[in-house]
Design a protein around this ligand. Structure first.
Ligand SMILES: *Cc1c(COP(=O)(O)O)cnc(C)c1O
Length: 370
């Protein structure tokens, strides 16, 4: 196959992880649905790549090759983002280790830390995405989320990695919101990437997926071993669906990001919308770092409509904005995070732009806000 390192994003997404062409075979081979595989009666599992479905699946390996190409590292996929994040933390942290986690990131990670990590004797420090960060002396791992979900703050990964590495700490970046087309944390100096593939990466709101990526076998090997013993693997059909969806990531993100920019400009001009955040908006607190660090901006924005009732009225009146959690899908959705027990204000909304026509979306949101 020709060297694809200079290809653009669209080309890389369309070709990512595909096997060499074989006449009579499809571009993307169908899902291999197998728990056990036939074994060689004489040589056993040594004779073939696949012996049992928990450690081995060829559909999963093609998806891992694809995501690995986009992230610039080796990849292991998991059954969900949470399976990947908790697997990473439990595979790398020992009792007595210290870990720094985002104070304003994905809420279930903090809940898991306060419960499970604290119970096994891991010392947990929380730091806001924009800092200040505690001293990294004696810290084993710093996990950051940038842009953070749901507040969309951004941290300079290269600067943070320099500080952390100087103190001997590892850095993992949750790349869910940005996707590997938005930023490549491993290029910026991170040791590990962890993400949910449930969101924009696959973008069709039809599956759960997570992954860990790294260039360091000493870090990825224990994560792989963890996945094999816990069985936190995605099914072959979900892995195949995810790979199929990855081909359009460039196209989807382009429209989602354009819609987010248009919507951010519209909402910025309204006096009845408070606390608007989108890292691509000049004047946003994250603008400068995002402009320097990110290759493209997410389709997600956040704002405050003042109360739960106004959010409900907005969603009820809108034709195109669906009430749903998660984000990054083809359909525009909005989520009032506080209804999930998150620590956000009652009127705080995370809105995820889909791939609808920009003019239709703007007209619908304008009408629904009244
Ligand atoms: C959704 C999300 C997760 C968890 O992913 P699941 O696939 O839902 O388990 C983790 N981190 C971030 C930033 C997320 O948005």
């Amino acid at each position: 196959m020709t060297d694809g390192t200079r290809d653009g994003d669209g080309t890389r997404c369309v070709r990512a992880g595909l096997p060499e062409p074989v006449p009579g075979q499809p571009f993307l081979p169908g899902p291999v649905l197998a728990a056990p595989y036939h074994l060689d009666p004489w040589r056993g599992p040594a004779a073939a790549a696949d012996g049992y479905g928990r450690p081995d699946n060829p559909t999963r390996r093609l998806l891992e090759a694809a995501i690995g190409e986009l992230e610039g590292g080796d990849c292991r996929v998991f059954a969900s983002g949470q399976a990947a994040i908790t697997g990473l933390l439990l595979a790398l942290l020992r009792p007595g280790d210290a870990v720094v986690l985002p104070a304003d990131g994905y809420f279930p990670v903090r809940a898991f830390a306060a419960d499970t990590l604290a119970r096994i004797g891991v010392r947990v420090h929380l730091a806001p995405t924009v800092g200040p960060y505690p001293s990294f002396e004696g810290v084993r791992l710093v996990l950051v989320e940038t842009p953070a979900n749901p507040g969309l703050d951004v941290v300079d990964v290269a600067a943070l990695a320099r500080d952390a590495h100087a103190a001997g700490a590892l850095v993992a970046v949750d790349n869910t919101t940005a996707t590997p087309l938005g930023q490549r944390p491993l290029d910026l100096g991170a040791d590990l990437v962890v993400a949910s593939g449930t969101k924009a990466l696959t973008g069709h709101s039809d599956l759960l997926l997570g992954y860990v990526a790294s260039r360091t076998p000493d870090l990825l090997d224990p994560v792989t071993a963890w996945r094999t013993v816990t069985g936190a693997v995605p099914g072959a059909f979900d892995a195949w669906l995810a790979h199929r969806s990855l081909a359009t990531l460039d196209l989807r993100l382009a429209r989602q990001s354009a819609n987010a920019e248009a919507l951010a400009r519209l909402l910025a001009d309204r006096s009845d919308v408070a606390g608007l955040r989108w890292p691509g908006l000049p004047g946003d607190p994250a603008y400068a770092v995002a402009a320097a660090q990110m290759r493209r901006l997410p389709g997600v924005l956040s704002f405050d409509l003042g109360g739960a009732e106004r959010v409900a009225r907005f969603l009820d009146a809108s034709r195109l904005v669906g009430a749903a959690t998660s984000f990054g899908g083809l359909h525009t959705t909005a989520d009032r995070r506080a209804q999930w027990g998150d620590d956000t204000a009652p009127g705080f909304v995370r809105l995820s732009c889909g791939v609808e026509d920009t003019a239709d979306l703007l007209a619908d949101v304008t009408a629904a806000l009244g």
